[in-house]
Write a protein that binds this ligand. Structure first.
Ligand SMILES: CC/C=C\C/C=C\C/C=C\C/C=C\CCCCC(=O)SCCNC(=O)CCNC(=O)[C@H](O)C(C)(C)COP(=O)(O)OP(=O)(O)OC[C@H]1O[C@@H](n2cnc3c(N)ncnc32)[C@H](O)[C@@H]1OP(=O)(O)O
Ligand SMILES: Cc1cc2nc3c(=O)[nH]c(=O)nc-3n(C[C@H](O)[C@H](O)[C@H](O)COP(=O)(O)OP(=O)(O)OC[C@H]3O[C@@H](n4cnc5c(N)ncnc54)[C@H](O)[C@@H]3O)c2cc1C
Length: 666
């Protein structure tokens, strides 16, 4: 095997690291065996050479990109399937795969089968009755059928009660008639819908006995299983090129009085009997369960994508030398600039914060789901609120810090060969899909305002909101991490109190409840955001303390530094709030700033070790700037030479256009 020559700056960074990198990787994976299992899976997938691209994806046409993605998706699925442990429950399988980023080695822009796995199958599990699950799950899990989740329409994504697709029950034939009455009723966006899926879960307004019975899920065949032609009454297509997700095959779908049998309505929650009688579910919002599930998964996805971006940027910053710190010294590594550390170390800490929070949320989700299955619905509102607020914060922060990682790489970060632009293309839509972020913050605000009323009525609050009932003043600023967490809670409480007061004031001034809500909504969403910040810092600190207690002192120290950095970063970012709602003085602010700068200095020698600890292989990073060996310039040149324009010394356009133009003949 050829010996890898590692860039000497990266090698000396690795020699400086104060903790054992493998121990960090094991900690992130949840144990040595999990690391070994993940690596075995990566080895196996990467050994299949047909899964690699011969020509970089960016040089393919839109159509070729899709065809290539489908070719790989099928193969990738088969390899993954062969590695499945049949003894694992779905919950364990998903939890154990939280650190797996192998999909990125195969698709720079995601897989056209994503929605089948992430939403179609979960929708059947969550919305189908036992009989429907038995039939459809078997087919879907065996890939006999491929599906997607078709909810959003051209005219409505957020406001689900405004969806226009109708499913009208016809008792004479015991069928539902699916119809798109207008252009804006066309389903628009579902991944895989255009040319991949032959089935989908369609969310439509149910009409039976001439009554609107709200949104219900229907499993609908859209293409012939043999010919893959769209079925009669079905109009299908692709929605076109996008900022990212270009291999996901997002599509549109219209129905022209398309009939499906009665048993195609997924009837776990609500039912329609043969004669058309509608029986509502225990809670109509259970129909939204698939979205809650994906919001929970997104938190983890954001942590992983951020880990990728910051690995690339930190390694590059250790290799890149630029400018002068001292006139007599050689050009320093750009990682020695404290501004560069400020830009990037928070990205490392944030990825840790969300991967811990994501696991915590997943366990909470699993607990509440099993309660729901047993008919206990009490904790559903809190789960919905938590999933909304953590999906929002993780997607916003990931987008900011991925883009910051890209900018921190200067011009080379703009190259697709850095893989940073594509990584941004994968994080930024998460602020929109699965519930647009402002809209979800308003949902969180709604639950907080309710909690506020409950508190005033002396009722017990859900655990994640219990701090709102803490009336005690924060008498003294002690600057500790726990003290700052308490201060964040005070901020959230204070902002909520202020927005509730304004909401009530606007109503007293004569505005309707809805108008008062709209007028107070900037403050309400700010309160919801602060609530989310308080939760993330607290979960990050508590979960790190809980899990890291058995780690070696050097690693424990490095993790504590990340928790402290994350806390101080957000305290400094939100100084205005802290000054308003906590006893913070100017001296305390100066002290925090100094501690933050000291922390950057302490983390500096461990920076490369920290990103090595994410253990993201070169094939997954897919980046000329971020490879383990740091051969940045060689790789940039190698990638440049792959440009099809470099295949010939003179391009034909010279003779066709440039030459005649320069010679005044055109
Ligand atoms: C191979 C794969 C690799 C990796 C994948 C890993 C991870 C995944 C990563 C990426 C994902 C990949 C692809 C993603 C593709 C994205 C797919 C989509 O976008 S699907 C479409 C998603 N659409 C939405 O999210 C729509 C957002 N809108 C809504 O949710 C709702 O309309 C609304 C805004 C909540 C309002 O609904 P509605 O108008 O019906 O509500 P009301 O005002 O009548 O009632 C509010 C009332 O209901 C409660 N509530 C609302 N939602 C829920 C819920 N889900 N659960 C429980 N309760 C809910 C709310 O709290 C109010 O309660 P009240 O205050 O009245 O007690
Ligand atoms: C990459 C990608 C993949 C997707 N995949 C799928 C899929 O597989 N299946 C699927 O069904 N859908 C999918 N979607 C659609 C996605 O779920 C919707 O785009 C999303 O729910 C937002 O809805 P919208 O586009 O209608 O935004 P809008 O609701 O029109 O939002 C536009 C603006 O209006 C504001 N706004 C809207 N309502 C309110 C309100 N009540 N209060 C205050 N402000 C408001 C928003 O904050 C935002 O600023 C996907 C989208 C993307 C980008």
């Amino acid at each position: 095997m050829a010996k890898i020559t590692v860039n000497k700056d990266l090698a000396s960074e690795r020699a400086k690291c104060e903790f054992n990198v493998e121990e960090l990787t094991n900690y992130l994976d949840g144990g040595r065996e999990n690391t070994a299992r993940r690596r075995r899976m990566e080895d196996k997938v990467l050994s299949v050479k047909e899964l690699r691209d011969e020509i970089p994806e960016e040089y393919l046409s839109h159509k070729e990109k899709y065809e290539n993605a489908i070719r790989k998706a099928v193969l990738f699925y088969k390899v993954q399937k062969s590695l499945d442990d049949p003894n694992q429950s779905d919950h364990e399988r998903i939890r154990n795969s939280y650190r797996s980023t192998i999909t990125s080695a195969i698709f720079k822009d995601n897989s056209p089968l994503t929605l089948h796995i992430v939403m179609f199958i979960p929708a059947i599990i969550g919305q189908g009755n036992d009989e429907q699950r038995e039939y459809w799950l078997k087919r879907a899990k065996n890939m006999e059928i491929i599906g997607t989740y078709a909810q959003t329409e051209l005219g409505h994504g957020t406001f689900l009660r405004g969806l226009e697709t109708t499913a009208t029950y016809d008792p004479a034939t015991e069928e539902f008639v699916l119809h798109s009455p207008t252009l804006t009723a066309y389903k628009w966006w579902p991944g895989g819908l255009a040319h991949t899926a032959n089935y989908c879960v369609v969310m439509a307004i149910l009409y039976t006995k001439s009554k609107n019975c709200g949104i219900q899920p229907f499993i609908v065949q859209i293409r012939d299983e043999e010919t893959h032609m769209p079925l009669p009454g079905i109009k299908l297509g692709e929605i076109g090129a996008k900022l990212g997700y270009n291999t996901v095959n997002n599509g549109f779908l219209g129905f022209d009085n398309h009939r499906i049998p009665r048993d195609r309505m997924l009837m776990r929650n609500a039912q329609v009997s043969k004669d058309g009688t509608f029986t509502a579910g225990a809670n109509s919002k259970l129909t939204y369960g698939t979205m809650v599930y994906v919001r929970v998964l997104i938190v983890n996805n954001m942590a992983n994508l951020l880990a990728k971006a910051v690995t690339i940027a930190i390694r590059y910053s250790a290799v890149r030398r630029q400018s002068k710190l001292k006139p007599e010294d050689p050009e320093p590594q750009i990682l020695d600039y404290v501004t560069q550390q400020h830009k990037l170390f928070i990205g490392i800490a944030t990825s840790h914060a969300y991967s811990r929070t994501a696991l915590w949320l997943w366990d909470h989700y699993a607990k509440v789901t099993s309660e729901l299955n047993a008919g206990k619905l009490d904790n559903l509102p809190e789960l919905h609120s938590l999933a909304c607020c953590l999906k929002v914060l993780s997607s916003v922060d990931a987008a900011v810090f991925v883009e910051r990682s890209r900018l921190a790489c200067g011009g080379h970060g703009y190259m697709l060969s850095s893989n940073l632009p594509q990584t941004y293309g994968l994080v930024t839509p998460a602020s929109t899909f699965e519930g647009e972020n402002t809209v979800l913050l308003l949902q969180v605000a709604r639950s907080l305002v309710k909690a506020w009323q409950q508190m005033l009525n002396g009722r017990q609050l859900a655990p994640s909101m219990a701090y709102l009932a803490d009336q005690k003043q924060l008498d003294r600023w002690d600057g500790s991490v726990n003290g700052i967490i308490r201060a964040f809670q005070k901020v959230a409480r204070g902002k909520l109190a202020f927005s509730v007061a304004n909401f009530e004031k606007y109503q007293k001034m004569g505005l309707s409840r809805e108008d008062a809500w709209n007028k107070a909504s900037v403050q309400l969403t700010a309160a919801a955001e602060s609530h989310g910040r308080a939760i993330v810092v607290q979960v990050f600190k508590t979960e790190t303390d809980r899990i890291a207690s058995s780690l070696s002192p050097p690693l424990r120290k490095a993790l504590d530094q990340l928790v402290e950095l994350f806390t101080l970063y957000w305290a400094l970012e939100r100084l205005g709030d802290l000054l308003l709602y906590s006893p913070l003085s100017e001296v305390d602010v100066r002290d925090m700033q100094a501690r933050y700068e000291e922390l950057l200095e302490k983390i500096r020698p461990n920076a490369v070790g920290l990103v090595d600890g994410f253990d993201i292989r070169d094939e997954i990073l897919n980046s000329a700037l971020g490879a383990y060996d740091g051969r940045v310039y060689e790789r940039l040149m190698e990638e440049a030479l792959k440009s099809p324009l470099n295949a010939e010394p003179v391009n034909s356009s010279f003779h066709k256009y440039l030459k005649p133009f320069m010679q005044g003949k055109l």
